[in-house]
Design a protein. Sequence first.
Length: 381
Amino acid sequence: MEATDFDEDRQKEKNNFTRITNAFRFYGDHYIGKFNKTLRYVMSMPSDQREKLTKYVTHLEAMKKCVQQNTIVMRLIMENACLTFDEGMDVGDNSSKHLRSQVRPNLNDMDKTASVLRQIVREWTKEGETERHQSYGPILQAVDKYFGSEERKKTKILVPGAGLGRLAFELASRGFSTQGNEFSSFMIFSSYFILNECSSEQHDFYPFVHQINNILDSEVQLTKLSFPDVFPESIPEGVEFSMIVGDFEEVYSTAENKDHFDCVTTCFFMDTAHNILQYLETLRHTLKPGGLWINLGPLLYHFSEISNEESIEPPYDLLKEMIISSGFEFLEEKTDVRCCYTQNQSSMLHSIYKCVYFVCRKVSQDYLKIGDNSFNELRKV
Ligand SMILES: C[S@@+](CC[C@H](N)C(=O)[O-])C[C@H]1O[C@@H](n2cnc3c(N)ncnc32)[C@H](O)[C@@H]1O
């Protein structure tokens, strides 16, 4: 790479880093600003209406206090990210301050700060246990079933799209050598904080304060939760556990990751692809021959509604054919596995995914397609 390309890439990386740490930095201003806008609107109303809104105004003030508490968590995540991922350059020095004032987060970034808090509920609170049981439960059971209790440390498991790392942590806690992979800096900064800096202290936060619609009881918006529900230090000694930053396709299609993992588990991940066939190729590349792929999730193709993004969105029956022709055989399959995803249980609006769950084995390349009536449409010839 030319020096100028390198400099340009480094600058882009730095701008990206600053934009995202700025989103954590501006979280409080942004959400308190939203409540202030509503309060100003109330103040503009005739006095007889304002009188009827006294309790509502008190409630909005209480919500601002909840956001203030959340800013403490946001700051901790941001400061930790600056110290860890930016070689300390973003804390204090003047050029960093200049960059910080230049690179503004956009609205989408600000929404992501609120969704980080919802993701913390799913992955790292006691209240997220039901959701984890629905989504991670079948995967953990399958891993236990296919990889007995011996030599677990030698069993290498990959978790692409690891979010805040809880599924990967659960696998490592069970003694498997586990690698999580994630490319969103919002997730990486937050999981780094939880996994490395929350070894003995819980933090309070108010994750539902941003939900404005479909609230039956105002107290729900003021609900205080604590994280983490378990301290991530509890991984057995000698078990390898890491989180790798980067795009799944880029990181795991390399020569060093060929035939590397005994198992890949994907949870609510496959539909994040632009080209799901490329994901299948990468999965096959990084699994050892005979290795297992355990999947659970819906097909809410992430790029399907974004006009300037390219994407394919095959329905499950067609995807299944692609999986088989990409060199996998199905060992187990279930549809209609009901799961919620970052659902506020008290909300008046509920979404439930009827997920597909399956376990596939990587088959050798001399498998050819010979028919289409059987469960697996491939037979060795
Ligand atoms: C819907 S979330 C699922 C998180 C977690 N597996 C769970 O079930 O709670 C999908 C995750 O995949 C990550 N992701 C999407 N595309 C990715 C890619 N190409 N490489 C690595 N991670 C990716 C997203 O940032 C997000 O954290």
